[in-house]
Design a protein around this ligand. Sequence first.
Ligand code: G3I
Length: 380
Amino acid sequence: MFSKHYPLFGRLVTGLLTLAATASFADTGVLKDAYRDDFYIGVAINRTIAIGPTRPGFYLRRTADQVDKDIALVKEQFNQISPENDLKWSLIQPRPGADGYDFGPADAYVNFGLSNHMYIVGHTLVWHQQTPGWVFAGADPATRATRDELLQRMHDHIASVVGRYKGQVKVWDVVNEAVADNGTNLLRNSPWLQIIGPDFIDKAFEFAHEADPDAILRYNDYGLESSGKRHKLIALIQSLRQRGVPVMAIGTQTHVSVSAPSFEAEDETLTDLETLGLPIHITELDVNGARSGQNDTGADVANNSGATQGGMIDGANRRLANEYAALFRAFVKHKKSVKVVTFWGVNDAVSWRAGGRPLLFDADDKPKPAFDAVMAAAKP
Ligand code: G3I
C-alpha cells in the first residue's frame, strides 16, 4: 500500500530487506566472487531446493524456513549447479518408452539454474546405479535385453533427455563410474559392459554429441586420487580419444577424507590428469571423516566435547579446514585446467554423508572454519 503511493520508498525497503538477507555473507565473503577469475564454484542441489519449500521433495527433514535459507545460500555463494538425483535414469525415465518420463523435477532444476544465471550441469546419463531394472531386461523378463535393444534404449533416453535441455544444460556427465576399482580389468563389470560390450562408452558419447553438439561431454569417476585407478582412467580416455569419441572433459568426483590427499598428492593427481589435455572438473567435492573429539592429528582427546569453545576451533573443524585448504591450493595451482569445482551438497544437513559433516556450511547454513580456509586459498 505504502509502496504503491511511494514507489521509491518501496524500492528502498526492498533494497534494505535484500541487504539484510545477505548481510551475513558480506561479513565472510562470497565463494563464487573469490574464485571468479579461476573456475566456477558449484553445488549439487536436491529437488526441494529446485522446487522450493511449498512442495517438499526428498529432503523432508528440512523445514520450510530452512529450505528458504538453503536456497538463499545457493544463490549467494554459487554460480554453477549439478542435480544430485533428479536427472538420473530411475528418476527421469522410471518406465519404458516415450510415456515413461517424469520431467517435472528436472525441469524445475534447469529453470532454477536459468533464472539464477547459473552454469548448468546434467548428471548422469549412463551409470550402473539408479537405473531401473527394465532397462536391462529382455522382452521376456526372465531374459536380458540384447545388445541392440539396450543400445536403442540408451539412444532414445539420451536423445530425449539431452535434446530436451539442449543449449541450457552446458555440461553432461555422459558416462559415470565405468572404470573398475580393483584388479587388472579396465572396466567395471556392469550390465552395460556385459550386454553391450566396452563400446557402450563410445556409443553414449556419440549419442549425446548428436543430441547437443555444443554441450561439453564429461567422463566422471571417483577414486582418482589413487594412482592405480587414475592410470586406468587415463588409459581409457586416451583410447576413446584415439577412436575419435567426443569426450571433452574429465570429471574427478573428489569424495576425499580429512587425512588424504595431501596438497602434494592432489597436485600429482591433477598433473597426471592434465596429460590428457582436457579440461578438469572437480565434480562432487566433499571431505569426510572429521570426527568431534579429535585433535589436529585425528587422535581422540579425552573430555573434548568437540564443540567450538571460547573462540577456539575444535580439532575436527581444523582438520576439515586444513584439508580443504590443501585441495584448493592445488586447484588454484592448476587453474589453467580446472574449470569447475562443485561441492556435493549445500550444507552438512543435506549431504549424502550428513553424519560426517563434510561441507563448508553447517546445518544452519553458517560458514564453518573450512569456509574461511577456502576463501583464504583464493588469495595466495
Ligand atoms: O527414492 C526415494 C524417495 O522416494 C524417498 O523419499 C527418499 C527418502 O530418503 O529416498 C529416496 O531415494 C534416495 C535418493 O538418494 C534421494 O534421496 C535413495 O534411497 C538414495 O540411495 C539416493 O542416494 C543418492 C546416491 O547418489 C545414489 O547412489 C545420493 O542422494 C546422491 O548424493 C549420490 O550421489 C552419487 C553421485 O550421483 C555419483 N557419485 C557418487 C555420489 C555419492 O554416492
